[in-house]
Design a protein around this ligand. Structure first.
Ligand SMILES: [Zn+2]
Length: 538
């Protein structure tokens, strides 16, 4: 059986931009296009040149070197020729390699939204595709509402797809714009399109995730014959999102049922960068990665200690559907109070910590973990704090610096203009090499002020933590016993792209935050010296 090529089309910068809360600047778009290009996607769609200043500026230059750079826009209006349509003219002037035209294929939308006849719409599709080809660019057509349109009027939806193909569109992309179509329907309708004369080698699928099946629908379309998949990074997109390329790509590459029949531009060398790509994109969106994301989530290959963990360590294949390294992720066996001695030894070993079964310090560590988990700590979500606790108990954490005291003030008052203002200020006093240092900082809220003061001056270590960044901060109020206690989880990262989690627990939120912040800084210093963070799959 010959291997067939599946083309990957990214629409993060166009359809992904529809995500609530996402609004890319030109600089963001340039950075994301470079990430996608570098990763190796076939097509990078950039937006609507001419429709808004950001996209017009973005299309002033070609922004990819390997991938085809795609501009998106409407087919020409009815009643004017392609060359007299200002929208289409601007679209053709953009510095793109290809143009994706969006066309109405549901007769109801043709009438209501375009206000033209069905035949006029077919003419618009043909003439616009021809105009793109005449401009020396690769034409493709997104058939909007194709599946719903097919259900309402199959003959007309097919006529639109055929008009696009026969006019010279390289790709005719079938869109499930409302996202409600089911995999079996996708399969049947794609087969009908192929039977009507548009070959699968010219068909693409654009699925939305409104029933949680954008990935399944994309794969069903591939099974039925389409050879181009459109999607976005991490599945961003309006409403419930678009098909997630970060899930689809490893599925095509690693699952035998696809890998034995298809290939993509992403080879195994590139695939190991997938987790990093996904997290770097979240970083750019300023949001924390989804821990449960398939393949790339922090929990994707995590197992709680217990019977699974011991079997997992004996033979990882028994509990993993793919090798975590293949997508640049790693195996995580979490410690918790359910864990027995063997699990602790294994958890420590994975962090490069050797300890003898008979070592009394091991019993002490187990006792501390159990006691702390009972009081609200959650080490399974705070790997770095667990590693520090273990190394401290075993006596291998250097005394980088000591915090003698800290003080946080929150003041609510009227400023000189008579406006009400809340000011947070923190003072941290610490000892480094026998010298006392005092730092003061103001921040947006008490925790931020404390963080700034703590990291403002740690003497000779200052330059080392310059790239330390707090990626996320989570607070939970736990109702244990008579009083409420607060658990703070902090996610940190640095220029190496590694992420680590630390935890603090106290009756006082500032104190809990301080513990987690301190652990993060100390872990970073340890990691810089290769004294920690050597977590690796065995
Ligand atoms: Zn869409």
């Amino acid at each position: 059986m010959s291997i067939e090529r599946i083309y990957l089309f990214d629409t993060t910068l166009r359809d992904g931009q529809q995500t609530p809360g996402v609004d890319f600047s030109v600089e963001d778009k340039i950075a994301i296009a470079a990430m996608l290009d570098e990763f190796g996607l076939d097509y990078v769609e950039g937006g609507y040149p001419g429709a808004n200043p950001t996209d017009t500026a973005f299309f002033a230059k070609k922004r990819t070197t390997r991938a085809s750079f795609v501009a998106f826009g409407m087919t020409k209006r009815a009643g004017v020729s392609a060359s007299n349509d200002p929208g289409l003219t601007q679209l053709l002037q953009a510095r793109s390699d290809a143009v994706c035209l969006v066309a109405k294929t549901w007769d109801y939308h043709v009438e209501v939204a375009l206000g033209c006849t069905n035949d006029e719409n077919l003419d618009s599709i043909r003439e616009s595709v021809e105009a793109v080809a005449a401009a020396g660019k690769q034409p493709m057509v997104d058939c909007e509402h194709f599946f719903d349109g097919y259900k309402a009027n199959p003959a007309y939806a097919l006529a639109c797809a055929k008009a696009a193909y026969e006019a010279g569109a390289r790709w005719v992309v079938l869109c499930d714009t409302n996202g409600g179509t089911q995999p079996a329907e996708i399969r049947d309708i794609v087969q009908a399109v192929i039977a009507a004369g548009v070959p699968g080698s010219a068909l693409g699928i654009h699925a939305h995730n409104d029933t949680g099946q954008a990935v399944a629908n994309s794969l069903a379309a591939v099974e039925a014959g389409v050879r181009q998949i459109q999607g976005t990074l991490n599945g961003i997109g309006e409403r419930c999102g678009n098909a997630n390329l970060v899930t689809i790509i490893p599925t095509l590459c690693l699952k035998e049922t696809y890998a034995s029949r298809f290939e993509t531009a992403i080879d195994t060398d590139k695939l190991v960068e997938l987790t990093r790509l996904s997290h770097a994109f979240d970083e750019l969106l300023n949001r924390s990665p989804d821990h449960q994301a398939p393949y790339v989530g922090a929990s994707a290959f995590a197992t709680k200690a217990g019977i699974h963990a011991s079997a997992l360590l004996k033979d990882p294949r028994t509990y993993e559907h793919v090798v975590p390294d293949s997508v640049g992720n790693f195996r995580k066996v979490m410690v918790s109070d359910q864990g027995g001695k063997a699990n602790f030894i294994n958890a420590l070993k994975r962090r490069g910590i050797e300890v003898d079964r008979q070592d009394p310090r091991l019993d002490k560590l187990i006792a501390i973990v159990k006691e702390r988990e009972a009081s609200g700590y959650a080490y399974e979500g705070a790997d770095a704090s667990f590693e520090l606790l273990a190394r401290r108990t075993l006596g291998t954490v250097p005394d980088f610096f000591a915090v003698e005291s800290f003080r946080v003030m929150v003041e609510r008052r009227f400023d000189s203009h008579g406006r009400l203002k809340t000011v947070s200020e923190a003072v941290v006093k610490m000892v480094i090499d026998g010298k006392t240092v005092m730092s003061v900082a103001e921040g947006d809220g008490p925790v931020n002020a404390l963080d700034l003061a703590l990291r403002k001056d740690i003497g000779k270590f200052q330059a080392e933590i310059a790239d330390l960044e707090l990626a996320d901060y989570k607070v939970r109020i736990l109702n244990g016993g008579t009083e409420a206690i607060t658990r703070v989880l902090i996610e940190s990262t640095d220029d190496t792209g590694v992420r680590w989690w630390t935890v603090g627990v106290s009756e006082n939120i500032i104190d809990a935050s301080f513990q987690a912040l301190m652990d993060s800084v100390v872990y970073k210093l340890m990691k810089n010296r290769q004294l920690a963070g050597g977590i690796a799959a065995e």
